[in-house]
Design a protein around this ligand. Sequence first.
Ligand code: PMP
Length: 286
Amino acid sequence: MTRIVYVNGEYLPEDQAKISVFDRGFLFADGVYEVTSVLDGQLIDFEGHSKRLERSLGELDMVSPVTMEDLLGIHRELVHRNDVTEGMIYLQITRGADADRDFVFPDPETVPSSIVLFTQSKNLADSPAAKVGMKVISIEDIRWGRRDIKTVQLLYPSIGKMMAKKAGKDDAWMVEDGFVTEGTSNNAYIVKDGKIITRHLGNEILHGITRATVLRFAREAQMEVEERSFTIDEAKTADEAFITSASTFVMPVVEIDGVALGDGTPGPVASRLREIYLDESRKVAV
Ligand code: PMP
C-alpha cells in the first residue's frame, strides 16, 4: 500500500509529494514540528500537541497555513487513509519557499508557510524496550538556547543518538553545567525514595506534552513530584530513572554511563506510570 501524505492542502501518494528546493525548512531548518502518537486508530494528547505547535509558531513569528481546527481533521484523515491503528503522525510547518535563498524572512503575505504531514505505522504500546529498559550515556548539551521551541534543527540530537549507538547504548542524556537537561528526543526523570524528580520548565528543555500528562497522572495517583534540576551524578545514584515522549510514552532507563540503577531492571515507578499513562490516555484519545 502506498502511503498517502499531506502536502500544502493535498493528499498525495508519497512518491508524488513535492517541496521546493528553496523551502526554508530545507535551507535553514526554519521550521517547527510535532509528533502525535496513534493508539487504536485514535490520537493521543492531540490538544497538547496542537497548542504547543501554536506556541512554537508564535515564538518564531510564523503563520500557520491551516487553522488548528483543520489540523485535527487532517490528522484523522491521514489515519483513515493509511489505515493506521498504531504509530505516529509527523507534522512539519516551515516558513515556506522564497524566490531565492535569503537570510531575511520572506513576507508571510506573499510567501505562505509549507505544511507536511505523514504517518508511520509502528507498534508502540507493546514495546520490547519497555520490558528491559534503556541504557543511556551522558553528553554535553551544546544546542541553542531556545529548546522550548520545537524546531526541526535536530542535527545535534541526531549526533547524540549516534554517539550512544557507537557506545553500544540506546540514547544520550544531555548535560549543561553538570545538570541534566533532557534526552536527545525525550524528557528525563529520576526517582529517589519514591519521589519523581524532573527538570523544571524553562528555555533549556522542550515542554514535553507527555511530560505534562504524566506529571498530572502521577500527582493524581498521590505520587510525589519535584520539578527541579538534577546533576548527572545524582542521577547515577537514583533508585530508578525513565524518559517520556509522545512515541515512547514512559520508558524505563536502567543504566547511565555504565552505572546500573537499582538492580538494573525497570523500576516500579516507571512501570506503573507507563501503565497509567497508556490506560488513561486511551480513554480520552480522539
Ligand atoms: N525533549 C526533546 C528534545 C524532544 O525532542 C521531545 C520529543 N520530540 C521531548 C522532549 C518529548 O516531548 P513530547 O512528550 O511532547 O513528545
